[in-house]
Design a protein around this ligand. Structure first.
Ligand SMILES: Cc1ncc(COP(=O)(O)O)c(C=O)c1O
Length: 390
């Protein structure tokens, strides 16, 4: 009898991939499926980035690189952070990793063990809770509410800290809700954290360049007083439409960098070289593609939110960032999982039940609007028909 480690049984999953598999199976059987489930831009990686990756291979960059990443790329990340946030980051604290997920995995592994507590947003990216449980630490949810646009109340977060809390995970702009935390709330949180010096903060800012209605992203890196304990998670996946390249980065406090680099050496050795050169071209080349993509998302956001709010039993707050709408569906009479199934099987529309993002996601369903306006409009028509059949 094989005996697996107990932690494996505690791992959760990202159901978005399961819905994608079911949607693909239905499509393969001839059904016309509109996929509003998957969390990735429908744009192509800009051509100059693709070319830089191809050129790197042609130029012979096909060996290992330093575990922390090629020095030019680490320096380019630091320069980009300075340009966007006005912060000075030592490139020696930048770790290039294969995708944003790796940073969360490493950070949670670094702090999680039985007896420790880790706070995470709920509803939130499902891998936070999954990996916390894997380590044996206690996963303490920070409930996010529709009434506050799925931002958090700093007082509520601080009230959940105990002497056993080791890590606090934040994500703004957020998946799955599109919530964006206002600067005033972050200021309050940071001020309160000064009384809890044992708490590290993992700030997942992967959607940091996708904000709407004149909002500006405030990076946790900007708070000097937390510089010894903020871990930044960011990367290329969403901003440059590079989800399949598997490229991300983290910025670690000086004292944690060696441990992070050691995890990288133990895990993946280094990120594939060509992807790193592509990432370099992304950061140092023209940035216009981001504005074009975000303008398109903004226009689709307006379309989907208006349309969702006209569906019977559905109401949807305006998402402040990212590319997700997270409507309340309690008025339809369905729970989240049942509606997810009905929409996929009956309407041919893939969306993700809110419960895939934690128990506070019950009563909600996530639509990604990283899809054409035409697809969004067709999907809404089909949903209306499916709901009116009840
Ligand atoms: C909040 C959040 N963080 C991190 C990630 C992971 O990004 P990557 O594909 O670069 O691993 C995602 C991807 O959906 C996300 O939504």
């Amino acid at each position: 009898m094989l005996q697996l480690a107990a932690g494996i049984g505690r791992l959760g999953t990202e159901t978005a991939f399961e819905v994608l598999a079911r949607a693909n199976a239905l499509a393969a059987s001839g059904r016309d499926i509109i996929n509003l489930g998957i969390g990735q831009p429908d744009f192509k990686t800009p051509p100059h980035i693709v070319e830089a990756g191809c050129k790197a291979l042609r130029d012979g960059h096909h060996g290992y690189t330093p575990a922390a990443g090629i020095p030019e790329l680490r320096a380019a990340v630091a320069a980009d952070l300075h340009r966007r946030h006005g912060v000075t980051v030592d490139p020696g604290r930048v770790l290039i990793v294969p995708g944003g997920k790796v940073t969360m995995f490493f950070a949670i592994l670094m702090f999680g063990e039985p007896g420790a507590e880790i706070l995470y947003p709920n509803p939130g990216f499902p891998i936070y809770e999954s990996v916390i449980n894997f380590t044996g630490a206690k996963a303490v949810p920070i409930p996010l509410y529709e009434e506050s646009g799925f931002s958090f109340d700093a007082g509520e977060v601080l009230a959940r800290l105990t002497p056993r809390t080791r890590l606090l995970i934040l994500n703004s702009p957020a998946n799955p809700t599109g919530g964006a935390v206002p600067k005033a709330e972050l200021d309050k949180l940071v001020a309160g954290l000064l009384a809890h010096p044992q708490v590290a903060v993992l700030s997942d800012e992967i959607y940091g360049q996708m904000l709407y209605d004149g909002r500006h992203h405030v990076s946790l890196l900007r708070y000097e007083e937390l510089s010894e304990r903020v871990i930044l998670l960011d990367g290329w996946s969403k901003t440059y439409a590079m989800t399949g390249w598997r490229l991300g980065y983290s910025v670690w406090p000086k004292a944690l960098f060696a441990a992070a680099e050691r995890l990288a050496v133990n895990c993946h050795s280094c990120v594939n070289a060509a992807a790193q050169y592509a990432g370099l071209a992304a950061l140092t080349g023209p940035q216009e593609s981001i504005g074009v993509m975000v303008a398109a998302f903004d226009q689709r956001r307006r379309v989907i939110v208006r349309a969702l709010n006209q569906l019977p039993g559905v109401r949807c707050v305006e998402p402040g960032g990212a590319f997700y709408a997270f409507p309340n569906i309690t008025g339809t009479g369905y729970d989240a999982r049942a509606l997810e199934q009905k929409l996929l099987e009956e309407a041919g529309v893939a969306a993700i039940a809110g419960t895939s993002f934690g128990r506070y996601g019950e009563g909600y369903i996530r639509f990604s609007y990283a899809s054409s306006t035409e697809n969004i409009e067709r999907a809404i028509l089909r949903i209306r028909t499916a709901l009116s059949r009840d």
